[in-house]
Design a protein around this ligand. Structure first.
Ligand SMILES: [Zn+2]
Length: 387
């Protein structure tokens, strides 16, 4: 989609084409977005409008019901994606809940002591990132979220990507609890396949692997490089080359940092504000990690680049990318079922099969897995119950 093109040259283009809600790119509109205020006396929810003046004014029906100095604002634990605040100079139980990312960003920029009472230990480690986040917010305001994500992605340190990947991994384990396939020979075969692809694709980072006993025909990679193969895909596959092509495509996404880019886009300001608040290990980031995992829709450009990576990598190994196209086609059929995992994120199967067929080459390299290794991989989940 055009929104991620670094060539979008006006802020309005980028904002209009992007996925961000109208107004998300303009802090000025934050004042108009309502927030929820609890006065600390009754349990009534007051819908208030925030006015960013010399203090933070909470306006209900045109009347300021509270004025909170920015220096007195403190973040307290709230629902994911929501910035929950108290004010040290107000009633102890008074709370303000801000869901609007632009308003969160505005508060983040004005209130410098939000994190005074928590996460002290984390503060040092994220100083650099906080600075980056402030800069990002400016970028987002100026260019709109998608463009900023495009520009920021190369700046995200790999170590940070790995932390994101670790969070995502926790979610995967929570969702697929106990369904990790642990057959030693099968796991070794998959690890070997991925390692072969990693070297051929000139990817510098480690790519840990895991097979999950899920019937869904899918494979995915987490930011930071962990590669997941679901048994449903494995069972549909008739050769190691078929799996290799799909996995090479996923490694392409890792190599191009598409997961991180998507997170920055989807998460937009909330995500960056989470960084600003030092909440990167907490609730804010997790939303986006989850979204990016199961609702992954990369841009068409990203998909084509990942396919190109898969084609190049298989060619480097003296293998053909055509089997990958056949596997995808077998799973989705000519029309494609958009309810199947791999198709939701990877549409246009027929077109891709044609592309892979055009790139078909006679095999000049050795088999990626021996017959015994392929058998071990196919049965890697036999002792793990699918649920
Ligand atoms: Zn893809």
């Amino acid at each position: 989609m055009a929104s991620t093109s670094p060539d979008s040259d006006t802020a309005s283009d980028a904002a209009a084409a992007g996925q961000a809600a109208p107004g998300e790119a303009a802090v000025a509109s934050a004042a108009a977005r309502p927030a929820t205020y609890f006065d600390g006396v009754t349990n009534r929810r007051h819908v208030v409008v925030l006015r960013f003046d010399s203090t933070l004014e909470l306006i209900e029906d045109g009347v300021a019901v509270a004025t909170w100095p920015y220096a007195d604002l403190r973040a307290v634990d709230g629902a994911p994606g929501t910035l929950r605040l108290k004010c040290v100079s107000a009633l102890p139980l008074a709370r303000l809940e801000v869901a609007d990312p632009a308003a969160q960003a505005e508060i983040g920029m004005r209130a410098r002591s939000l994190q005074v009472e928590r996460g002290r230990g984390q503060t040092g480690r994220i100083v650099a990132w906080s600075l980056a986040a402030v800069a990002s917010i400016v970028l987002i305001v100026v260019f709109g979220v998608p463009l900023a994500a495009e520009r920021l992605t190369p700046l995200v340190p790999l170590s940070f990507e790995r932390r994101l990947g670790g969070m995502a991994d926790n979610q995967v384990r929570a969702i697929f609890g106990g369904r990790t396939c642990t057959d030693a020979e099968g796991d070794a075969a998959f690890a070997k396949l991925v390692e072969t692809l990693r070297q051929a694709g000139h990817v510098d980072m480690a790519l840990p692997t895991e097979v999950l006993a899920s019937p869904v025909p899918n494979a995915f990679a987490l930011p930071g490089g962990r590669i997941y193969l679901l048994n449903g895909l494995l069972q549909k596959a008739e050769s190691a080359d078929e799996i290799a092509g799909v996995i090479a495509h996923e490694i392409g996404h890792v190599s191009h940092r598409d997961q991180t880019r998507l997170m920055l886009q989807r998460g937009g300001m909330s995500f960056l504000v989470g960084l600003l608040f030092g909440d990167v290990t907490g609730s804010t980031a997790v939303i986006f990690v989850t979204r990016s995992l199961f609702d992954a829709s990369y841009t068409r450009d990203a998909e084509q680049s990942a396919d190109a990576f898969a084609i190049e990598t298989t060619h480097t190994l003296g293998r053909s990318p055509a089997p990958m196209g056949e596997l995808l086609f077998r799973i989705t059929g000519a029309q494609g079922s958009h309810t199947i995992g791999i198709l939701m994120s990877h549409p246009l199967t027929e077109e891709r099969r044609e592309l892979m067929r055009r790139e078909d080459r006679p095999a000049t390299g050795p088999e990626l897995l021996s017959a015994a290794e392929w058998r071990a991989l196919k049965t890697v989940c036999r002792s793990t119950a699918a649920r």
